[in-house]
Ligand binder design. Sequence first.
Ligand code: FAD
Ligand code: NAI
Length: 482
Amino acid sequence: NFLLANSKRLNSTASGISSFKTASKKTTQQPTLSSYVTDNGKKNVVILGSGWGGISFLQHIDESKYNVTLISPRPHFLFTPLLPSTPVGTVDEKSIIEPVVNFAVKKTKGNVSYYEAQATKIDHKQNTVTIKSFSHVNHLGSSKGSESIKKNDSADIKYDYLISAVGAEPNTFGIPGVEEHGMFLKEIEHSPKIRKQFIENIEKANLLPKGDPERKRLLTIVVVGGGPTGVETAGELQDYVDQDLKKFLPSLAEEVQIHLIEAMPVILNMFESKLTSYAQKVLEQTSIKLHLKTAVSKVEEKHLIAKTKVSETETKEELIPFGTLIWATGNKPRAIVTDLIKDIPEQEGSRRGLLVDEHLKVKGLDNVYAIGDNAVAGLAPTAQVAHQEAEYLTKVFNKNQIGSAKPFKYLHYGALAYLGAEKAIANITYGKKQLYTGGGLITFYIWRCLYLSMIISWRSRFKVMSDWLKLAFFKRDFFKEL
Ligand code: FAD
Ligand code: NAI
């Protein structure tokens, strides 16, 4: 096991191992895992999540000052900004994920443990997190031969400080049929699913005669949500059709129709109107059909119902058949977060996540912090915010300024979005100072350079650069399965 093989390079957290028993041995009490170290005088910091918040925190925390435990069911970090490029193979899926262990093994100055497990409950009175093993637990810091909890076992982890960075999950707004018939693009495993469905539909459509309504349906892709995820995904899919599919199935490629459906009057509403108008023009030029002021209200297996606001009082209902449906309408909090909210009076009524104070401390609790998409700090749920929050909090922890630090201050570096056809829009800022605003081919190269610089490991940076270089000479890797 690769993860366990690397454990030798990490220091042991073996003290207190006798308190650990697995649930499979029918213990009456929930076992408490041994990563809670009591004999080295250091506080135990437990991080939930291996995304932008969790991994940035792990990277910057001084492990010589704290015993650090990271818990996440996802054994890799995902560079989300390039996720829309992966379903069509512009960038390979493996290029934008990085094993957690690659970050953990660099922390050689202290106790660092990683559990591949899901946190199911935070008990803020007992200072424990209950975890459930996702596949199995890789207790990187345990001593040789020590037990590890088995699949589906539960255990408690004690903490002195808890950093909640569990992110959020796709929001369907309870619209019927979305979960069953739609696909999300939030995690890396969503990407091959989208590709597989699209390829299967192309194959089926190719066997049907031109003009057959079933052929038309199979070649219709609907993307719901005109935020950056929806726009970038639609743009990448159209790139594949125009640049690759047209070369080997030209007549079929011409029949592919991508629809982008947005409930608001504009797409990409975080950009100024000059840029959103430009974005709309580019999408329409590349033959993506835009439906603005249109909300999807119901999804069936082969079609959806969309309602367009035609005037203040009138809506028009349309049935849109689809072969592939991608749902990108934003986020909602995870169950572990909503459960915790219900348990804390100071969090009452919070619908979007954990309310935090100016030091990112969860309101109503003394030793729990929240960063990234699961925190409500008056900022957008972006990687940029999660990363800066993690950097700030580690500085506070590393300087022993807990309770006495200056408040967190966010510095906005702007926003970027890829539109397809080698065109992007960008609004680059330094706080309130505007540095660059533009759209087109040059902005596309700026977009590429800035994304390369944002990638948090040299391994991934190198892989993404070689994917882009490969694309200059060859077609995309568009495999149904590997
Ligand atoms: P995440 O990065 O989502 O990480 C959450 C982690 O928690 C994951 O490892 C997850 O497995 C883990 N977890 C979940 N449940 C549990 C549990 N119960 N116990 C323990 N761990 C758990 N932002 C930008 O600034 N720029 C961009 O270009 C950009 N592009 C994006 C493109 C896409 C397609 C998407 C979906 C998002 C994009 N974002 C972008 C937004 C950005 O990805 C998020 O804001 C960011 O990931 C938030 O970081 P986080 O750590 O809060 O959550
Ligand atoms: P989002 O919340 O930004 O956009 C979702 C869109 O879906 C909204 O415009 C909303 O009006 C629309 N919508 C909701 N319900 C609908 C319905 N029933 N029918 C039609 N439209 C509906 O979500 P997104 O794009 O997933 O982004 C999430 C976060 O990640 C944001 O903060 C975003 O800024 C960030 N992000 C940033 C990127 C970038 O900077 N390039 C790329 C992707 C995400």
